[in-house]
Design a protein around this ligand. Sequence first.
Ligand code: GRG
Length: 296
Amino acid sequence: MSAAQYLSEGREFIDAAVCRYLPEETAYPESIHKSMLYSVLAGGKRLRPVLVIAAAEAVGGNRNDVLPFAVAAEYIHTYTLIHDDLPALDDDDLRRGKPTNHKVFGEAIAILTGDALLTQAFYLMTNSGLMGSVPAVSLLQAAHDMARAIGTAGMIAGQVVDIESESKPIDIETLEYIHVYKTGRLIQACVRVGAILSRASADQLSALSTYGARIGLAFQIVDDILDLIADESQLGKDVGSDLDKEKATYPALYGLDESKKKAEKLVEDGIGCLDVFDDRADPLREIGRFFVERTF
Ligand code: GRG
């Protein structure tokens, strides 16, 4: 199956499940539930949940067993997008081809919607009743892993350094830190939790962790490139915002061609880590290629 097919089938599988674990929009107080559904249903490539599934399948696991964690990963990702778009952060108007959450629901509800999605993600990940045959200890380890990846030892750390580096000249080590932590840690965690829940061996988990780290950094480098060259309607979000905010990016430091080469090399290295796996890891290989070839 090609990357496009796997991703599109994966997206449909996730799209059909993302509402299942959220309150109805008519549940009181309606505003927050409407707002959560608005952003979760706004679309998106669903790459992070598809990575949870692909990592599970690579080690012989089952997509239905990891589905609650896959959906939780999408809630976490959606929370970060809502908060990232706020006036205090990137102050963006467009996301997933639609007005950003705060433009529709106001800033206060947008902040609470991010908080609510993050909380719902952990409510879901710790619901052992939903986890089929996954042992409780694996569930606990996976939820703990995810928490570490998105907290102040992970994504939030990257976001803080990113904000504090705006309009300042920064070195390549700091830029790499921002990208690895801000974007890479969640992507890597998606791969890791899929594997942990599917009882991967220590060696398999280590190989998948390195794969996740490499493609996670490549993803953000390509995001920097697309912010410069992509079409707004295709990307579904504001373009040129890195330049407006005087953000340090890979293209700003290395130029477009060199940045593309770095992303390609990272993905190649990441896919190389999968040599120990059989063809059940082909979707992970294809997703890696998509990360660097994508135009949206
Ligand atoms: C807590 C105030 C507060 C802010 C948090 C954590 C955070 C804000 C931001 C995280 C950093 C972030 C948003 C990084 C961007 C990562 C990125 C490239 C997102 C775009 O991902 P895609 O292309 O989006 O997969 P779709 O819409 O397809 O899901």
